[in-house]
Design a protein around this ligand. Structure first.
Ligand code: NAP
Length: 345
């Protein structure tokens, strides 16, 4: 793979960028997504250097990652990650816009106004317009309702998603963080509106097994939508970086309000160490094992990963290069991959 000639220098996309990854069909749609999608939730705000963020995004594209996941909230400050991506789109990726699947989300709070939160038509469609402005594009590929909003009729939220497509501002729609039953209801309403639900974005990892427990995986298969699963590494807990008990200086548990070092306790370490041991016996890392595990299910279209270095990307996208997991290995992973380990569920 030919990466950037000089970090920070002019970008020329790697000619072999489509030779690295598998592309998987999203549910019963006609759209393929890369097995690994890249998200700009953490370390893509203005508090990290532009060139570092740019190198990571362009490296991801060079690896064949065509799907970039954003939200109006991502920063800090809110909207900063989309503004950053818009700059990179303009300076480096403009010629490749047609090769990109850009997603954004709205509905989680981003400000004090009642129209900067929730699933109302006003909140969702205003935010979409702002995202298009910040990204510098006339449409996103996937527009998501970020979370269910029990105070707004589901019909209104779903109607706003459908409008995004009929107005040409989005090609497809998704939902995120919806429990299984509500996801089914949304899928039915969207089908009725002639805008099938493309994907659902739930959290799913060896330490958060809610999509198995609440039936979301079966609902996805039945209703024909794909799952783009976020935090498959439990924000880094399913890597070997926290096993020694010392939290590395640059790690998320040290510098993000979303991951407290307090969760790194003996129970976590015992389970993660056992999983790490299995990974080593298979000749891979714990990160690669954890990613291979979420992608074992055909309903999981893509593992939505984050990365703070290009090394992490190179390493993680090799997760599918290893032999399939055996029944015995899966049973061992069930034993140590306990729902609720170190993550709030
Ligand atoms: N829909 C939603 O509500 C929602 C919520 C959360 C996330 N998301 C999406 O999902 C994306 C991914 O979430 P995530 O970042 O939590 O995913 P993740 O893949 O579970 O965690 C990624 C982090 O783990 C660490 N890491 C990755 N590979 C590593 C390796 N090989 N060795 C050691 N450390 C490694 C890095 O953090 P450090 O190096 O900084 O420690 C990296 O940023 C987000 O960007 C966002 O797009 C969506």
């Amino acid at each position: 793979m030919s990466a950037l000639t000089t970090p920070g220098g002019p970008y020329r996309a790697a000619a072999d960028r489509y030779d690295n990854l598998a592309y998987r069909r999203a549910g019963t749609s006609g759209l393929d997504l890369p097995a690994f999608s890249f998200g700009l939730w953490q370390k893509f705000g203005t508090d990290y250097p532009h060139e570092t963020r740019r190198d990571i995004v362009l490296h991801a594209f060079d690896l064949g990652i065509t799907h970039f996941d954003n939200a109006n909230r991502y920063g800090p400050p809110h909207r900063a990650a989309e503004k950053f991506f818009g700059q990179v789109l303009r300076t480096d990726l403009a010629a490749h816009r047609d090769e990109l699947i850009l997603s954004t989300k709205a509905g989680n709070p981003i400000g004090p106004s009642p129209y900067q939160r929730g699933g109302s038509r006003k909140s969702l469609l205003t935010s979409l317009d702002h995202s298009l402005r910040d990204l510098g594009t006339d449409h996103v590929d996937i527009f998501y309702s970020h979370s269910p909003d029990p105070s707004t009729p589901l019909e209104e939220t779903v109607g706003a998603l459908a409008s995004a497509v009929t107005s040409g501002k989005a090609l497809y729609v998704g939902i995120s963080n919806y429990p299984a039953e509500l996801a089914h209801e949304a899928a039915v309403l969207l089908r009725g509106a002639g805008v099938p639900l493309l994907v659902h974005q739930p959290r799913y990892s060896l330490f958060d097994r809610r999509p198995e427990r609440d039936g979301l995986i079966e609902v996805a298969a039945r209703d024909g939508f794909g799952l783009v699963v976020y935090s498959p590494l439990a924000q880094g807990l399913l890597t070997d970086k926290y096993l020694t008990g010392t939290v590395p200086e640059s790690a998320r548990a040290q510098n993000s309000s979303f991951l407290s070092p307090d969760v790194i306790d003996d129970t976590y370490r015992t389970r993660a160490t056992a999983l790490n041991q299995l990974a080593r016996e298979r000749g891979q890392s714990l990160a690669q094992l954890a990613l291979q595990w979420v992608l074992r299910l055909p309903q999981v279209t893509s593992a939505l990963i984050g990365a703070s270095t290009t090394w992490q990307l190179d390493h993680n996208v090799r997760a599918l290069d290893f032999p399939p997991l055996t029944e015995e290995e899966l049973a061992l992973m069930d034993r140590y991959g306990v729902h609720g380990t170190a993550v709030q569920v």
